[in-house]
Design a protein around this ligand. Sequence first.
Ligand SMILES: *[C@@H]1O[C@H](CO)[C@@H](O)[C@H](O)[C@H]1NC(C)=O
Ligand SMILES: *[C@@H]1O[C@H](CO)[C@@H](O)[C@H](O)[C@H]1NC(C)=O
Ligand SMILES: *[C@@H]1O[C@H](CO)[C@@H](O)[C@H](O)[C@H]1NC(C)=O
Length: 804
Amino acid sequence: MLAEPFFNRHPGIWKMLTVTMCMVLLGCLQAHKLQGHVSIILLGATGDLAKKYLWQGLFQLYLDEAGKGHSFSFHGAALTAPKQGQELMAKAQESLSCPKDMAAGDCAELKNQFLQLSQYHQLKTPEDYQALSRDIEAQVQHEGLWEAGRIFYFSVPPFAYTDIARNINSSCRPGPGAWLRVVLEKPFGHDYLSAQQLATELGNFFQEEEMYRIDHYLGKQAVAQILSFRDQNRQALEGVWNRHHVERVEIIMKETVDAAGRTGFYEEYGVIRDILQNHLTEILTLVAMELPRNISDSTAVLQQKLQAFQALRVLQRGSAVVGQYQAYSEQVRTEQQKPDGFRSLTPTFAGILVHVDSLRWEGVPFILMSGKAMDERVGYVRILFKNRAYCAQNEKHWDPVQSQCLPRQIIFYIGHGELGGPAMLVSRSLFKPSVSPQSWKEMEARPGLRLFGRPLSDYYAYSPVQEQDAYSVLLSHIFHCQKGSFITTENLLASWVFWTPLLDSLAHEVPRLYPGGAENGHLLDFEFSGSQLSFSQPQPEQLVPGPGITPMPSDFQVLGAKFRESPLVAAWPEELISKLANDIEATAVRAVRRFGQFHLALSGGSSPIALFQQLVMGHYGFPWAHTHVWLVDERCVPLSDPESNFQGLQAHLLQHVRVPYYNIHPMPVHLHQRLCAEEDQGAQVYAQEISALVANSSFDLVLLGMGTDGHTASLFPQSPTGLDGEQLVVLTRSPSRPHHRMSLSLPLINRARKVAVLVMGRMKREITLLVSRVGHEPKKWPISGVLPSSGQLVWYMDYEAFLG
Ligand SMILES: *[C@@H]1O[C@H](CO)[C@@H](O)[C@H](O)[C@H]1NC(C)=O
Ligand SMILES: *[C@@H]1O[C@H](CO)[C@@H](O)[C@H](O)[C@H]1NC(C)=O
Ligand SMILES: *[C@@H]1O[C@H](CO)[C@@H](O)[C@H](O)[C@H]1NC(C)=O
């Protein structure tokens, strides 16, 4: 039998063995010493998750708990027939391991005990469930025990949930006085409605307190530590855990693997549903929620979590950037037998900007990011503090404890990455945290290792005394009825309420393609301003999918398509306008961030009206206060005339947004009570105004249309004015039009950083076709002369104009 020293080291196990030996070998029973019998039923006992984590977790539970008075039995279940199922289950249990410090002989002994307590059941029909229940009762009775409770762990696909739940409720509940706990694995629905439906169905069979929805991230040691850390360091954190001191919070989960082999699942879920809606959101709430007085009180914790959800600002489409690794669509085509032209829109990468509108967090950006095929595998939560200090000394004289100039940050390092495992880091310039010495120890020095820009020695750094697998941690919580680490129905639905609108709005978004791994370079870098997030760099050409697919309503943006060698965005009208509005807003945000202002020149006409409405309705993040609005062209009529382009702009845009009046620049077509008189030099006046206010006379964005005769702005065919030369603004006229016009000249337009040409409607079909073929002939077709000298030209066309 077991060697003496083992018992000295493990008094708990000694007790357990006595109990088990009594039960199993002698049949003698000392019920008064026992706290009752617990049966754990693992549904899906032969599956991957069971094999990788769950059997090990149950074994760990057995090691931890069996010595403390309970007795256990483990029932593996699946649909497979008994004999084959038994074999498969034995395989899944093959690689059970013991804690590192346990002697090999003891380990083998304990494993053997555990396996003897496990048996396989085929669970298919209601009768199977009844039989299982009878088996458990017989066993408990036979051993003279009383039943404490049953845990059913659903490691099965969600479509099987309802059936199993019905069978458990009607045939497999334990008798009076004993508890039932059911453990559910994600996915818990696909969006708000499906999650609600599933929750309602399960609610028919189980009480809320009987259900334990697992988010295994909540069992990861660094994540489980967030609340304890906040609790143990209340005093130190009290003054700084808020918007006055926190610069931003990053919640990151990067994977190097891709989705190959599981594209069936992935196509339906994508990275936001797979990682962000659950894991990263749960972490977000742990950081953002108000700390209850007693963090062991799971009801109070859950209440605060729900309040944190309520404070989340609604996500806009501009709150997200999405990407997809380049090989993904091909993998889907192969694995799902999709046709050749199929291209998936499922994101495998997402960066999201979240705002928590609470007194504590208002204005602090929370960045959530996850992706497959990234350059490294790592997960962490990083709280970066603001820094207003300036240090007069050179950095080499800085003392990491005293220098207020060093970055100040707290990091919950979830795992992998350069540290290899879970850790907790607090900048020495912040404070020395108090941590529970039973669970965390100071890390050994690792010279040369830098994390988040600083050497490890700049941090108070801790790692777990003993690394534990998340499933083991959670199984222990389930056993001890600690509901705080599980997702309640309310919590689940709150999360879906938060994510569903964004998911809907992204459903047709074409993700940016990225090559995968280190080659991603800076391609996925993103930046934010206000509540807008955008990729920092443009999509490079070689990553734009080639031609050859017909645009379908479902993938309406022909990404990478070209018109006259410039990028083309083609879509149905509504989406086109929405895309253009988004692009204008993103350009505005970027310009304001870089230059402090945004110079926008807008055309008149009917096509832009829908665009203006869109900008007014959906773009609260637009930096109107820093935007200058210029006119591309104007009719020679009084500004109050309904024909005036300015009138249209005023009615549809300017009166609805807050552009400072001195940033609005109508064209001076009406001077000295005369309309567009050469002598009044209105064109020169406007040109001077532009030169004075717009750096290098380069507008940040010029929005143009295209007439059926190929005119653009008010530059007309067969009229050379404004097509070349020095003049920035010109007076023009076309024989077929009643009024003279004032217009930006082609050279001025071509100085712009970005020119967008919006072309909509069947009427434009012919000219579109024609212009697609002609070269640079501005005298015949002024639009063909639009070619920014150092800026970018983008065509926005609806399908009627583009395809006819
Ligand atoms: C759950 O089981 C109880 C007891 O057998 C039964 O009365 C009840 O109808 C069941 N619930 C559902 C929704 O089937
Ligand atoms: C905190 O809550 C736990 C669980 O409800 C309870 O057992 C414990 O007594 C509470 N502690 C205090 C100080 O109230
Ligand atoms: C000014 O505009 C011209 C013409 O577009 C361009 O070539 C030049 O690079 C610009 N200079 C600066 C400083 O932006």
